[in-house]
Design a protein around this ligand. Structure first.
Ligand SMILES: Cc1cc2nc3c(=O)[nH]c(=O)nc-3n(C[C@H](O)[C@H](O)[C@H](O)COP(=O)(O)OP(=O)(O)OC[C@H]3O[C@@H](n4cnc5c(N)ncnc54)[C@H](O)[C@@H]3O)c2cc1C
Ligand code: SF4
Ligand code: SF4
Length: 863
């Protein structure tokens, strides 16, 4: 007689799947035959990444690509619902009429989207957003629709909005609460998020109640959606698609029908070992409610699955589900959003440190203990790069550094890359509950040499991916400590260095990021590789940075062809080659500054900066300047900024060469040249060096016999004197060597590597550069010169091209849905007779508390 038992798993979603995998791994199949019954037509897939279905298709989302579990003792029945559980007979009935006996049943039925009883909800083209089939139906409907609306501005609502937007239809988001993502972020974070989303062309309606969906319910086909009506509003929002994303409800009907206890607000009641009120039935994932609370994220579900397997493998197991970290980090419509720990400062005496840069779209808040010594939680919008380090700081309770503000300030404003020494028990991957100690041990024991190996061996970073940067750092530290070389890949999407990427792009002639990542990387790119690729493409092809294929890769400055300043306004810097300018042009600059009320300043690079321009004013300002013969000074990009000069032999009694003419020639030659970091040059008319040329990436100093060329200096945060590369050059030689030098740097330097640090990274240092640039020992000279010639020939002024292009101009508005309305958050004071950012617009406000409470009635179901 067989002693084997039967276990039925109801539901093959993310958590049910995890349960089966853990059951196989931990030997539960030695005693149990497992039957998994799933209602969806396909095996478990990554629902968290559902939106990428449009990009990658169903196959790439599958968690079970072979369609069967490795262990023959597990059988999978798909496309079949379980319709009833008979607890007395210990059987489950399937929709196909089959009845299966069980010794243990595990409910993993997940949750269903909540559709409020709004009139019109049964019309055709009203959808929810939960399964691949839902997305397929939405895609089909979008083929004949112009506009769609998502009801619900929570996490899932924004995902759904992203999907509609990707499908190319006009997209609206409707949220009853006064802000987006009310459960995860506070008012200021929600406002920042809203701005971001609007800048992408979506319309956001907060604080509005949907009264009904409009459509002809008497039509033969059941009627289609034609609009949406809000309460207390006469107008109808014309949309043909409605997607509900108004929260989720646990799928506990099977449990209710067979008399299991359920929580007051829904969800199957379970004890800490995941047993329901009937010990032969367990419940895990979104359908379960441990302690009466439902968890709407995958990480707690995974923990429940592990605990349930433990309980079944070993009856004496003390494993227990003790609540979960509800921290989340997401990228919604390209915007980073993270919320962790006590994000709403509900702990008594909690203090808040806030950094906000409204127009750059960055909002970061740290909640710290009353004593200021511990991190309790936080919210990050627009830049969540610190999340991987901050969240473990909360769970480990480690002491905050002396200047906690450095954890959220951008590097340019004193922020430090955060690398605190976390204790070993700090949880790094909260999705899989994996500690720093366990990751480090695995790296040592398994001999992991790259990220995929660490991911495979620990599972860290395999769900939401937010901890990947910190896992990567830990790996780097371990490998370095063991004397092993560390992967030099530019980021987790490319194993190639920037130099290798440059070569790959050059060889294949790629012009689109998507082609490059498909051929030589993985995933969809990030804030590290996208601008790096944009810069490489610009160096090689010199297209317009706002072209359709590259616009979305740019960072804020390049995206607006201007430098964003601390109160969210922009500075405009016309090129003034060699610092030489006519009176007429000076007058134009003065008039523009006066007419637009701008602050003016002569810069250290011999330019006139015009500060305080609002985004919607930029095109008008450019038009005036372009009409007067000015062009973009590229003060915003990682590109050539200026070539400073003294007055040289024309005016100075010591001058031995015409330094002004040379500076103008060089600046015009290299204008618009995109590079790994910003580039500056200088030309002095004699050894007195009034242009400070040796503080620049390339410096030229006149001699009696010609020109001396110095390279790899800089006047930035780590000043370095440029070093002599070649002496007494003719003008022609100088340009040839400079062409080669700059192109070789652009080709081989790392991302954001200045020439001075690049020099330090080159084996053989300056001598090696001299061999390549002057002696041409690699035979690269002609190629480098030809590349530069291509750049020079293809140069065009980005400002001029922008004002002539309606499409590109359309991004220069304050609010997408109210283009004529200036941003009321921007205001100015005056000082020394000119404007300056008003005090209350200061981006850094530290130490003060902003009175934001926890959202009332916040519940998972309102995600
Ligand atoms: C678009 C989207 C984005 C998300 N993003 C995130 C995120 O960024 N981070 C995060 O943590 N979470 C996210 N989630 C939530 C996450 O997907 C869920 O927490 C997780 O999938 C729950 O797993 P589960 O197995 O409990 O439920 P599910 O994955 O929903 O699986 C339940 C399965 O059971 C099946 N089923 C139900 N009843 C029966 C029955 N009677 N018979 C047979 N089968 C049945 C269902 O059809 C389903 O296949 C997201 C969800 C969505 C929809
Ligand atoms: S040195 Fe440059 S970065 Fe620093 S404050 Fe001045 S302008 Fe800004
Ligand atoms: S560097 Fe020489 S030429 Fe130029 S201004 Fe100074 S002294 Fe005159």
């Amino acid at each position: 007689m067989s002693t084997r038992k039967s276990l039925v798993v109801i539901g093959n979603g993310m958590v049910g799947h995890r349960f089966v995998q853990a059951a196989i791994e931990r030997g539960l199949t030695e005693r149990f035959d497992i039957t998994v019954v799933g209602e969806e037509p396909r095996a478990a897939y990554d629902r968290v990444a559902l939106t990428s279905f449009f990009d990658v298709g169903a196959e790439r989302l599958s968690l079970l690509p072979t369609g069967a579990y490795d262990d023959p003792r597990v059988s999978l029945v798909l496309d079949t619902p379980v319709t009833a559980i008979d607890r007395e007979a210990r059987t489950v009935s399937l929709g196909n009429g089959e009845v299966i006996a069980y010794d243990v049943a595990v409910l993993a039925t997940g949750a269903a989207p909540f559709v409020p009883p709004v009139p019109g909800k049964d019309l055709a083209n009203v959808f929810v957003y939960r399964t691949i089939e839902d997305l397929e139906a939405i895609r089909e409907a979008s083929r004949t629709a112009n506009a769609g609306v998502v009801i619900g501005g929570g996490l899932l609502g924004l995902e759904a909005a992203n999907a509609l937007h990707q499908l190319g239809i006009e997209t609206h988001v409707v949220e009853m609460a006064p802000r987006l993502m009310a459960v995860q972020v506070d008012d200021a974070g929600g406002a920042t998020l809203k701005r971001h989303i609007e800048s992408l062309g979506l319309s956001v309606h907060t604080g509005v109640v949907t009264e009904r969906i409009v459509g002809d319910t008497t039509a033969d086909d059941g009627g289609r959606v034609s609009g949406l009506r809000f309460k207390d509003d006469e107008d109808t929002l014309p949309v043909e698609i409605v997607v509900f994303s108004a929260g989720i409800r646990p799928r506990d009907q099977l449990a209710r029908d067979c008399g299991l206890d359920v929580a007051e607000r829904g969800g199957i009641l379970v004890d800490p070992s995941m047993r329901t009120s009937d010990p032969a039935v367990l419940a895990i994932g979104e359908c379960a409610a441990p302690g009466g609370r439902m968890y709407g994220l995958v990480a707690p579900g995974y923990q429940m699955a592990e605990v349930a397997v433990d309980a079944l493998v070993n009856e004496a197991s003390t494993a227990a589900f003790e609540g979960a970290d509800m921290s989340t980090k997401l990228k919604l419509l390209g915007v980073d959003v993270a919320s962790f720990g006590d994000a709403f400062a509900t702990t008594e005496g909690a203090l808040e440190l806030v950094f906000a840069d409204a127009v750059a779209g960055v909002y970061k808040k740290l909640v710290v203990s009353a004593e200021g010594d511990r991190l309790l939680g936080g919210i990050l919008v627009g830049d969540a790069s610190a999340y991987g380090v901050l969240r473990p700081m909360v769970s480990s309770g480690m002491a905050l550094p002396d200047n906690p503000e450095e954890l959220i300030l951008p590097a340019a404003r004193g922020g430090q890359p955060v690398q605190p020494g976390m204790p070993d028990d700090a949880i790094v991957c909260s999705c899989n509950n994996i500690s720093k100690g366990s990751i480090c041990d695995t790296i040592d024991q398994e001999g992991c040499a790259d990220l995929p190996c660490v991911k495979a061996c620990t599972r860290a970073g395999t769900v939401c991916g937010s901890c990947v940067p910190i896992v990567k750092n830990l790996l780097g530290e371990r490998l370095e400590a063991a004397g092993t070389s560390v992967s030099r890949g530019i980021c987790e999407h490319f194993d190639l260095t920037r130099q290798e990427l440059f070569d790959v792009i050059a060889v294949h002639g790629f012009q689109r990021f998507d082609d490059i990542v498909t051929a030589h990387g993985r995933g969809r790119g990030c804030d590290v590789c996208k601008p790096a690729v944009a810069s490489i493409l610009a160096s090689q092809f010199n297209g317009h940075v706002l072209d359709r294929t590259t616009a979305s890769l740019q960072d804020t400055n390049d995206a607006y062809l201007a430098n964003i300043q601390r109160n969210g306004t922009y500075s405009v810097v016309p090129r003034i080659p060699g610092g030489e300018i006519t009176a007429d042009k000076l007058i134009v600059i003065g008039e523009v500054a006066r007419d637009f009320g701008l602050y003016t300043k002569i810069t250290g690079g011999q330019r006139i900066d015009l500060f305080g321009a609002r985004v919607e004013e930029l095109p008008q300002i450019w038009k005036r300047l372009v009409d007067a013969g000015f062009e973009s000074g590229h003060a915003y990009g990682k590109s050539l900024r200026t070539v400073k000069s003294c007055v040289g032999s024309t005016w100075c009694r010591f001058g031995v060469q015409d330094s002004v003419q040379m500076a103008i020639d060089l600046e015009l030659r290299y204008r618009g040249l995109r590079s790994p970091h910003k580039l500056k040059g200088g030309v002095s008319g004699c050894a007195r060096e009034c242009a400070e040329a040796r503080g620049k990436d390339f410096g030229v100093i006149a001699t009696e016999k010609g020109w001396n060329l110095y390279v790899c200096g800089n006047g930035g945060a780590v000043p370095a004197h440029a070093q002599l590369l070649a002496s007494d050059l003719t003008g022609e030689e100088l340009v040839r060597y400079l062409d080669r030098f700059l192109m070789y740097y652009i080709r081989t330097a790392d991302r954001l590597q200045r020439t001075s640090t690049w020099l330090g990274s080159i084996d053989g240092g300056l001598d090696r550069i001299r061999e390549i640039v002057v002696d041409d020992t690699l035979g690269l000279g002609a190629e480098l010169e030809a590349e530069m010639a291509r750049h020079v020939d293809s140069y065009f002024d980005e400002w001029k091209a922008t004002i002539e292009d309606h499409d590109k101009l359309s991004r220069f508005v304050s609010f997408v849905n109210a283009p004529g309305v200036p941003d009321p958050n921007i205001s100015f004071d005056t000082s020394r007779g000119q404007i300056r950012p008003a005090a209350n617009d200061q981006p850094v406000s530290l130490g003060a508390t902003i009175p934001v409470g926890a959202p009332s009635g916040a519940e998972v179901g309102a995600r």
